[in-house]
Design a protein. Structure first.
Lengths: 368, 1080
């Protein structure tokens, strides 16, 4: 079946439909990871976006039950050069095409994804639409232009959990800490890593108040990744602001941006964002570089945080943007990238240990 | 960390002659390293015996020693130069082995030389099977179960414990030499015995077979701040059991999930840290069980490798250059990525295309060799192709191979095979398996069955199936007057189909398809290789073609010349031609032209993105070249530097209106077409051996009778002496005609009178169209009849009279003027007595150009390039032949050790893979160096076995006399012994093989022979002799098969016996040259 991709600037690409038929809209972003399409497709941070993979051959290993980062497909649409007809991997249970259809993801293949990437690089992330129904390029581009922007939209409410839940360490792992996690669209591997390291994770919906969380008396607060504009979730920022002085805090991606806002700073939108698994990040203190997974369209303006409270701990060597910060007096830190990887390199796994160390050192009630 | 200030002078060891397993890739890496270190202000000292390399050009290092790469010679260089550091990781296995030997001998300690990049400990941990295993176990990585055997008994015991099949891997050998898979005790004995013998340390690993597992490689880089990045992942199309150098490989890895890929990445990082490669690149190989996902480490190369060259070209990341900078102390984050400029080299490249590498084999040169692919590498070269899909890249790679194919089948050249033949070709890996896969799919053999037979991953098989589907669609849409569906045509092109394939499928001409394609508006687009999948702007114009809409090539408006490269390395077409192409690019840079390079060989310097102004990594076919020409509209195209590959396109390109510069294609044709050539010589009053052209067997017999035997037979238009043979009688002639070629009016057979015992001479000439200058005259050591690519050569000639030399010069000038040569020309003469015959004229760059250039200190190829755009030799200051006051010998290197059972006798069919140069002030030492450089270690004492044909007996007597004077004892077969005794020489007689034991094979096996002089008895090569020579090669005993070779060897031995061969850098030789020129 024929499918059409149109961007708000009027560019259109004709291709072939993959996944579900229909019409979809979102902010078009490109991801440069060569592996991990399954994790990307199930990452809640992509809510509201259409993901274009720069690597042309996608779906080669199919889909399996273990590598999903959430219970469903998250992006609004999927753009690739070529979908594999077969799934070749011993863990594979389904072909990617079937899974996309099952998850009702409208996708398109057979287009010049490099051309698309170059457009996005030069013009920045653009709104776009994929359709198997509207095949007139001008009409679809007009609709793309009219579609809502991601800026200012609360996407978190769409992906946060509806009820609190508790995740215990797996059998054989001693419980060492109790972590409260504000779920803005958490990737499963974050919780997997925390629990494997001995954390009992209490997962709270993003709208949970500070008081609710304090009632549980956790050892630390974890701020998850998630989709969209951090300024669109002032309620989360408020909760975090109240909790900062009370316990160790670790934020990832959207959690990092929320922390920045909670500390009184500003965030801004990047031109085309960072989406990929090869970004070099310098750990300033250690003087060492980690190859990281990135997936964000917004960033923290660290100098805007008042009172010289924080120091920048990590810097992206590609464009010198802030990749991490730490509070100068409180056990509070965050990174813009994804130490949980999945997909991507494991170089930054150790950051979870840092969070545990902070919780270890935290003055306990019993100590007082 | 900034660069180190405590070292100033760094020694780099090259990889020596091109051999199987070590090709141009180490010129590429060494050249990058030399450039990188010079750029940083270090003084670079280089040792490399291979004169055909760019790295040994005098401007790449401060001191360039073209000397044998042995511990003795390198020690002499160290003693003379006193470098503070040695960078051992850029010269392949050869460089690494010599570095380790120097460390073991205490040379490095004695002269206080520090190994940078990887130290001796790290190299040992990676190379020594035992230590490697221990190290891997210590970091918890899984390995195939295995044990080290030090003896055959050991090997047998271990194999029985592990269960067959087992893999035998000798320690410290190159490219898996001597390894193999043994399915039973008998095979084990054979393989293990050979492997143990070839191992530098007499050890071999006997290992659980993981044949059929998925095979992967990761290219890893580390800096001294312990930052580690993966540059490229490579997946083998051919599963475990076939040497990676013989496997079709694909980048990036295709059939791993992120979880599996990242676990492999973690493992690779642990490996490089545990092995302790402090800085630089390493190649780590893994195998994955396709059913369970169990992953094992196979091996680690603690150095830049063939795969690193491939990874560099596949990603755009210059591994060798960065490795050199890391070795002197920089960290990855301090170095910029040249391609994006703004981002650092500390990152992991991402691809938005698929890369396919296919090996190029040369079994056609060695019909007696076993063509089965195993863990021992047999290919001589490779091609790489880039496409937006695997299918596109695969088809482009196939048509880059220079095997007369225009894609993956569907080009009218598919062999008809029975189902049994197909199954056999699938089951036993061989060089034609890719085409057997096609035959299997066409024959309806299921993908499951194919997978069972080949263990090739289903994803790859599905891709092949898809190509076939498109082919079906093309076939079922016959060409009509209204043309063809643009959609279908575009799809065909996106799936990699060449116009030639489409022409075949539609039963029309390539030109017609091209026309239709243009009418339909379907043109290739050129996309950038940029390391970052377009995330950042790229500044290096490195392109590949595809059929996606957007073109990024933006041709410049500057004056520009396009250089057509040589394609894959194969026998007869090697690094020498790449050397010339690179020089052309350098020349144009100097005089303000943009250079555009087109080539498909990932091993080369020419395909380095900073060699030319613009690089097109593309097949060298008419279609692909015309496409680039149409896009770039160059002011000129050079076809005479890339060897036969671009020459074959010359006439068609000219006909298509391409502005070919330099010697006209018609002149090239005039020299190659035998009839036109004969007329040319006649016109110039030059002599040619009597000859005739025949189109049928009886005609050939008649011609031969008229000329008198022996005669030299060959098809017209040959490369590297392909199918060329000397026959001694009618029987041989008929046999050749029946076997070698089907003669026909359009493919005639040339019959030449063979000049026995003539001396062959090679001359390289450069001309600007008005002035011609002889670059060099080289005298062959072996008599005429040995292919010029195989013969040892001496420059300047040492036995020719000045009259003969003058006649050669006169003839050269006349030929150059008559053909209107603009650029380079190579002429082969034969001198018999005082008569000079012209054997062959090639108005193009020749294999000897780099050697001659190094001898005379003048870059002939560079001058030739400048001449082609109108500069004169006078302007360039080269108007007089230079005769150096020193002597150099060019010796060839052969792959016989890889092809057990293949006779090593040299003939008109070229068989060598590479060359070395021995340079000194006299013939003896120069020859001795050339032999040592070619790993033909001449003995200085011991026993020589002599068995020569009757004709040679008179000539061998003085050689034997000399050997006895030098202290050798002589063993000879009865006929030779009797002759020598009559000459008053003391000789021990030994049985011929069929006369009973003990015979010579026993002596060889018992290590009682140190030198063999054995000339073939003419006519039919006797089985006995062939066996002797094969066994000699397998046991590393020098085996000399010609009398001139024997005479030269004795002078070499004499020199060695005196000892004290000294070393001198090329720059110092050239200093002597300038002084001598001033004096005269």
């Amino acid at each position: 079946m024929k499918a059409l991709l149109a961007l708000e600037d009027g560019t259109a690409f004709t291709g072939e439909s993959i996944g579900a038929s229909g019409t979809t809209s979102g902010e078009v972003v490109f991801n440069t990871s060569m592996t991990g399409y399954q994790e990307i497709l199930s990452d809640p941070s992509y809510a509201g976006q259409i993901v274009a993979m720069t690597y042309p051959l996608i779906g080669n290993t199919g889909v399996n039950g273990e590598d999903l980062e959430s219970g469903q497909a998250q992006p609004e649409g999927f753009i690739i050069k070529e979908l594999s007809a077969v799934a070749s991997n011993w863990r594979s249970s389904q072909s990617l095409g079937d899974w996309l259809a099952q998850c009702e993801v409208v996708g398109i293949q057979g287009i010049d994804t490099r051309q698309l990437t170059r457009i996005l690089r030069l013009k920045g992330a653009l709104k776009g639409m994929i359709s198997t129904e509207v095949l007139d390029p001008r009409a679809l581009a007009a609709r793309a232009q009219a579609s809502p922007s991601l800026v200012g939209q609360d996407m978190v409410r769409l992906v946060t959990c509806s009820q609190p839940k508790v995740l215990d360490p797996p059998a054989g792992v001693r419980e060492r800490f109790r972590v409260a996690a504000l779920d803005c669209g958490t990737k499963r591997n974050i919780f997997r890593m925390l629990t494997q390291m001995g954390c009992r994770v209490e997962v709270f919906p993003a709208s949970t108040s500070a008081g609710e969380i304090l009632k549980q008396d956790p050892d630390g607060l974890f701020l998850s990744n998630g989709p969209g504009d951090p300024e669109a979730v002032p309620y989360v920022v408020e909760t975090v602001r109240d909790l900062i002085p009370k316990m160790p805090v670790f934020g990832i991606c959207l959690g990092h941006q929320i922390l920045g806002l909670a500390l009184g700073g500003k965030t801004y939108k990047l031109k085309f964002g960072h989406h990929g698994g090869n970004h070099p990040v310098l750990d300033v203190a250690a003087g060492k570089v980690e190859i990281t997974t990135q997936n964000h369209g917004f960033a923290v303006d660290v100098p805007s945080i008042p009172g010289d409270q924080v120091e920048q701990t990590h810097v992206n060597l590609y464009d010198k943007t802030v990749e991490g910060m730490r509070h100068k007096t409180l056990p509070v830190f965050s990174v813009q990238y994804h130490p949980e990887a999945s997909p991507g390199p494991h170089d930054a796994h150790h950051l979870f240990r840092r969070f545990l160390e902070f919780m270890e050192k935290r003055p306990r009630k019993t100590d007082a | 960390m900034p660069k180190r200030k405590d070292i100033h002078k760094i020694l780099i060891i090259g990889s020596g002659p091109i051999i199987i397993g070590q090709a141009c890739e180490f010129d590429y890496s060494g050249t990058q390293a030399c450039k990188a270190l010079r750029e940083e202000g270090y003084e670079v000292v280089l040792v490399n015996s291979n004169p055909a390399t760019i790295m040994t050009d005098p401007e790449f290092a401060h001191r360039t020693y073209i000397e044998p790469i042995t511990p003795d010679f390198v020690e002499a260089v160290i003693a003379r130069e006193r470098p503070q550091a040695l960078l051992p990781t850029l010269g392949g296995q050869t460089g690494l082995n010599v570095a380790i030997q120097l460390a073991d001998r205490g040379v490095l300690a004695k002269y206080n030389v520090e190994m940078i990049g990887a130290d001796a400990q790290a190299i040992r941990r990676a190379e020594d099977r035992h230590l490697f295993k221990e190290t891997m176990a210590s970091i918890g990585l899984d390995l195939p179960r295995s044990e080290v055997a030090c003896s055959l008994e050991d090997a047998k015991r271990i194999a029985q414990e592990l269960g067959f099949p087992v893999v035998v891997r000798p320690a410290f050998t190159l490219g898996g030499t001597g390894g193999g898979i043994a399915y039973n005790l008998e095979e084990l004995s054979e393989i293990a015995e050979r492997g143990l013998g070839l191992s530098m340390v007499g050890e071999a690993l006997i290992e659980e077979s993981i044949y059929g597992w998925k095979e992967y490689e990761l290219e890893v880089m580390r800096d001294r701040n312990d930052n580690v990045v993966i540059i490229c992942s490579i997946e083998n199309f051919d599963p475990m059991g076939i040497h990676t150098g013989d496997s079709i490989t694909v980048a990036p890895a295709q059939t791993l999930t992120d979880r599996e890929y990242q676990a492999m990445r973690d493992a690779a990082i642990r490996v490089i840290r545990a092995i302790g490669v402090e800085t630089g690149g390493s190649n780590i190989q893994f195998a994955v069980n396709p059913e369970t996902g169990r992953r094992v480490v196979i091996e680690m190369n603690p150095r830049v490798s063939r795969s690193s060259a491939l990874a560099s070209k596949a990603t755009g990341f210059p591994i060798a250059k960065i490795a050199a900078k890391l070795a002197v102390g920089y960290t990855l984050d301090e170095l910029p990525n040249d391609i994006t400029r703004e981002t650092p080299a500390c990152f992991e490249p991402v691809l938005d295309y698929c890369v396919v590498k296919i090996p190029r084999w040369a079994f056609e040169k060695f019909p007696a060799a076993d063509p089965t692919l195993t863990v021992q590498m047999k290919s001589v070269g490779e091609v790489m192709a880039i496409g937006r899909t695997f299918k596109e890249a695969l088809q482009k790679a196939v048509r880059s191979l220079e095997i007369g194919r225009f894609g993956w089948g569907a080009d009218g050249k598919d062999a008809v095979m029975t189902r049994e033949q197909i199954v056999e070709k699938l089951r036993i890996p061989n060089s034609e398996r890719l085409f057997a896969l096609r035959a299997a799919l066409v024959a309806g053999i299921s993908a499951e069955e194919i997978q069972r037979l080949t263990k090739i991953d289903p994803w790859f098989l599905e891709q092949l199936q898809q190509i076939l589907q498109v082919e079906q669609e093309i076939k079922s849409a016959p060409l009509s007057l209204s043309g063809v569906s643009a959609d279908l045509l575009r799809r065909a092109k996106q799936n990699g189909f060449s116009d030639r394939q489409l022409a075949h499928l539609w039963s029309t001409t390539e030109a017609n398809v091209r026309q239709l394609r243009k009418q339909a508006g379907i043109f290739p687009s050129y996309k950038l290789v940029d390391t970052c999948a377009a995330e950042f702007e790229a500044y290096t114009p490195y392109f590949y073609s595809t059929y996606d809409p957007e073109d990024e090539s933006r041709p410049s408006k500057r004056r520009k010349i396009m250089i057509l490269g040589g394609g894959p390395n194969r026998i007869g077409q090697g690094i020498e031609f790449d050397y010339c192409c690179v020089h052309a690019a350098f020349a144009f840079k100097e005089i303000g032209y943009d250079s555009i390079m087109v080539n498909s060989n990932p091993e080369t310097v020419s395909t380095d993105y900073d060699t030319s102004d613009r690089l097109y990594f593309e097949p060298l076919t008419l279609e692909d070249v015309l496409n680039i020409v149409e896009r770039e509209k160059p002011d000129g195209v050079i076809v005479q530097f890339g060897g036969q590959t671009p020459l074959n396109l010359a006439l068609a390109l000219k006909a298509a209106g391409v502005p070919i510069i330099g010697t006209l294609p018609e002149a090239i044709d005039r020299a190659e077409d035998r009839k036109k050539f004969a007329a040319l010589l006649e016109k110039l009053n030059l002599r040619q051996p009597p000859n005739g052209t025949s189109t049928a067997v009886e005609e050939a017999v008649a011609i031969a009778q008229k000329l008198g035997y022996p005669v030299l037979l060959r098809p017209s238009y040959v490369l590297g002496g392909r199918a060329m043979e000397i026959v001694y009688d009618e029987h041989g002639l008929r046999d050749y005609m029946a076997r070698a070629v089907a003669a026909s009016p359009d493919k005639p057979i040339l019959v030449d009178k063979f000049l026995e015992d003539a001396i062959e001479v090679d001359v390289d000439v450069i001309s600007d169209g008005k002035t011609a200058v002889v670059g060099g005259i080289l005298e062959h050591v072996e008599e005429a009849g040995v292919h010029s690519g195989d013969a040892a050569m001496v420059m300047p000639p040492h036995t020719l009279s000045s009259e003969v030399m003058d006649e050669i010069r006169r003839a050269s000038h006349r030929l150059s003027a008559e053909l209107g040569v603009v650029g380079l020309m190579n002429i082969q003469f034969a001198v018999k007595g005082k008569t000079v015959y012209v054997l062959e004229v090639n108005p193009r760059a020749s294999r000897t150009v780099p050697f001659v250039s190094k001898m005379i200190g003048v870059p002939l190829a560079k001058l030739a390039a400048k001449v082609m755009v109108g500069q004169t030799l006078r302007e360039l200051g080269f108007t007089q032949e230079i005769i150096p006051p020193y002597i150099a010998v060019k010796e060839s290197v052969f792959p016989f050790a890889r092809f057990f059972g293949v006779d090593i006798i040299l003939g008109p069919e070229m068989k060598s893979t590479g060359e070395v140069m021995g340079i000194d002030s006299a013939f003896g030492p120069a020859f001795a160096k050339s032999q040592i450089g070619a790993y033909q270690q001449l003995p200085t004492q011991g026993t020589a076995f002599v068995s020569v044909k009757d004709k040679d007996k008179r000539l061998v007597a003085p050689v034997v006399r000399k050997l006895i004077q030098l202290g050798f004892s002589i063993v000879a077969t009865p006929g030779t012994a009797e002759f020598l005794r009559r000459e008053g020489l003391s000789v021990e007689e030994i049985h011929k093989i069929h006369e009973g034991r003990p015979h010579v094979l026993d002596l060889i096996r018992d290590d009682k022979i140190d030198l063999i002089i054995n000339s073939p008895s003419g006519k039919v090569t006797k089985g006995d002799e062939s066996l002797i020579r094969s066994l000699a090669v397998a046991n590393g005993i020098p085996c000399i098969t010609t009398m001139p070779g024997a005479q030269a060897s004795v002078s070499g031995i004499e020199v060695l016996k005196r000892g004290n061969l000294s070393v001198l850098s090329l720059q110092e030789w050239h200093q002597k040259l300038r002084q001598s020129v001033k004096v005269t």
